[in-house]
Design a protein around this ligand. Sequence first.
Ligand code: FEO
Length: 170
Amino acid sequence: MTSKNIVKLLNDQIQKEFYSSYLYLSMTAYFKSVNLDGFANFYFIQAQEEKDHALRIFDYMNQIGAKIVLEKIDAPKVDFESIEEVLKLALEHEQFVTKSIHNIVDVALSEKDHSTYSFLQWFINEQVEEEDTADGNLKKFQLVGNDGRGILMIDAELAQRVYTPPVANN
Ligand code: FEO
C-alpha cells in the first residue's frame, strides 16, 4: 500500500515534469527567436520527453490505484540573455529534478514501498543521462565561446536529435 506521503510526492513529481516540459518549451522559443533551429529542435524534443515522464508517473499511479491530483504549473522563465544562460539553467534544472527523484526514492526505501522503489529506478537512470547531456551541452558551448562557426557546429549536431516515443512498460 502506497502511503499518502508518497502519493503526494508522486503528484508533486508529475507537476515538476510538466513544469520541465514548459521550461524546455520556453527555451525552444528562445532558440527559435535567435534562429538556432538545432538548439530549438533539441529542447523541443526535451519538452516532449518531460511530458512523457509526467505521463509515466500518471500511469503508475493509476496502476496502483493512487489518487491523482494535478497541480498548478507555474510559468517558466521566458527572457534569456544568452545561450550560456539557457544551457546553465537546463543543467541546474536537471540537478533539481534528480534531487527530487532521489528524495522520493529515499522515502520509498524508508517506508519499504518496494513497488514505488522499483518504479523509480528508471528515473534514477534517466537522470544520470539527462544531467550528462545537459553538462555536455554546456561544456561544448564553453569550449567554442562566442565563436559563430563553433556555435553553428553545435547547432548542426543538436539538429540531429530525433524524438523516440516511449515504449510501454520499459
Ligand atoms: Fe524528467 Fe529531465 O527530468
